[in-house]
Ligand binder design. Structure first.
Ligand code: AP5
Ligand code: MG
Ligand code: ZN
Length: 206
C-alpha cells in the first residue's frame, strides 16, 4: 500500500504515520525527519535546510526531491510506504507521479489555534517517545524528562509561535493546492480527539 498523509503543521501526521505504518508493515518516510537527521549530523544538506526550516519556509524542491529519491529507493519501501510531509508542492507531486502510484491520501484537519497549542507544547525524546506539555494525556510524569528512558526532552527550533504561524501560511499557500491535486484519492479526517480515535478514523477511511 502506498499512502500519503497531509495536513497543517502539528495536525498529527507524524504521530499517526508512525502508528499506521507499523500496523500495515510499511515504511514511514518523513522528509522533515530526514532533514532533522541531516541537521543533527551537520551535513551540507542539513546546513542548507536549516536556513529554511528555522524560518518556517519550505526547503527548495530540487534539494528535497534529491533527498527523497534516495530514501524511497531503500529496500524497506518495497512493501509500500506512508509519506509524511511529502509532497508539499505541485512540482514535488509531479515528480512523485513518475516514481510511484499513490493508492490513498489522508488529509488531517485541525484548526489553527489547536495547531499553535499543540506545537508550542510538543516535546520529544531521542528514544522516539513523544509528549505534549499543553495536552493533559500527553504530559510527561516528571517535568522535561522522558518517562521511558529518563533523558531530557527536546523542543524543535521551528516550534516557536512566530515560526508556527508562518508554517501555517506556507502550508495554505504552497501545499493547499495539493488537496485538489489528489481529490480523487483523498479523504479528510478530523484531527480532534485522542491519538487512538484519530487512528481509528484513518483505518476506517483506508
Ligand atoms: P515537518 O517535520 O514535516 O513539520 P510539519 O509539517 O510542520 O509538521 P509537524 O511535524 O510539526 O507536525 P505533525 O503533523 O507531524 O504533528 P505531530 O504528530 O508531531 O517539516 C518541518 C520543516 O521541514 C518544514 O517546515 C519545511 O521547512 C521542511 N520540509 C519538510 N518536508 C518538506 C518538503 N516536502 N518540501 C520542502 N520542505 C520540507 O503532532 C504535533 C503535536 O501534537 C505533538 O506534540 C503530538 O504529541 C501532539 N498530538 C498528536 N496527536 C494528538 C491528538 N490526537 N491530540 C492531541 N495532541 C496530539
Ligand atoms: Mg511531523
Ligand atoms: Zn526517551
Amino acid at each position: 500500500m502506498k499512502l500519503l498523509i497531509m495536513g497543517p503543521p502539528g495536525a498529527g501526521k507524524g504521530t499517526q504515520a508512525q502508528v499506521i505504518a507499523k500496523k500495515l508493515g510499511i515504511a514511514h518516510i518523513s522528509t522533515g525527519e530526514l532533514f532533522r537527521g541531516h541537521i543533527k549530523n551537520q551535513t551540507e544538506l542539513g546546513k542548507l535546510a536549516k536556513t529554511f526550516i528555522d524560518k518556517g519556509e519550505l526547503v527548495p524542491d530540487e534539494v528535497t526531491l534529491n533527498m527523497f529519491k534516495v530514501r524511497i529507493a531503500e529496500s524497506d519501501c518495497a512493501n509500500g510506504f506512508m509519506l509524511d510531509g511529502f509532497p508539499r508542492t505541485v512540482p514535488q507531486a509531479d515528480a512523485l507521479k513518475d516514481i510511484a502510484e499513490i493508492d490513498k491520501a489522508i488529509s488531517i484537519v485541525l484548526e489553527d489555534e489547536e495547531v499553535v497549542k499543540r506545537l508550542t507544547g510538543r516535546r520529544t525524546c531521542e528514544c522516539g517517545a513523544f509528549y505534549n506539555v499543553n495536552i493533559s494525556f500527553l504530559m510527561p510524569q516528571v517535568d522535561n524528562t522522558c518517562d521511558k528512558c529518563g533523558k531530557t526532552l527536546i523542543q524543535r527550533d521551528d516550534d516557536q509561535e512566530i515560526t508556527i504561524r508562518n508554517r501555517l501560511v506556507v502550508y495554505r499557500r504552497q501545499t493547499g493546492p495539493l488537496l485538489d491535486y489528489y481529490k480523487d484519492i483523498l479523504f479528510d479526517v478530523n484531527g480532534v480527539g485522542s491519538v487512538e480515535e484519530v487512528t481509528e478514523r484513518i483505518m476506517e477511511g483506508l
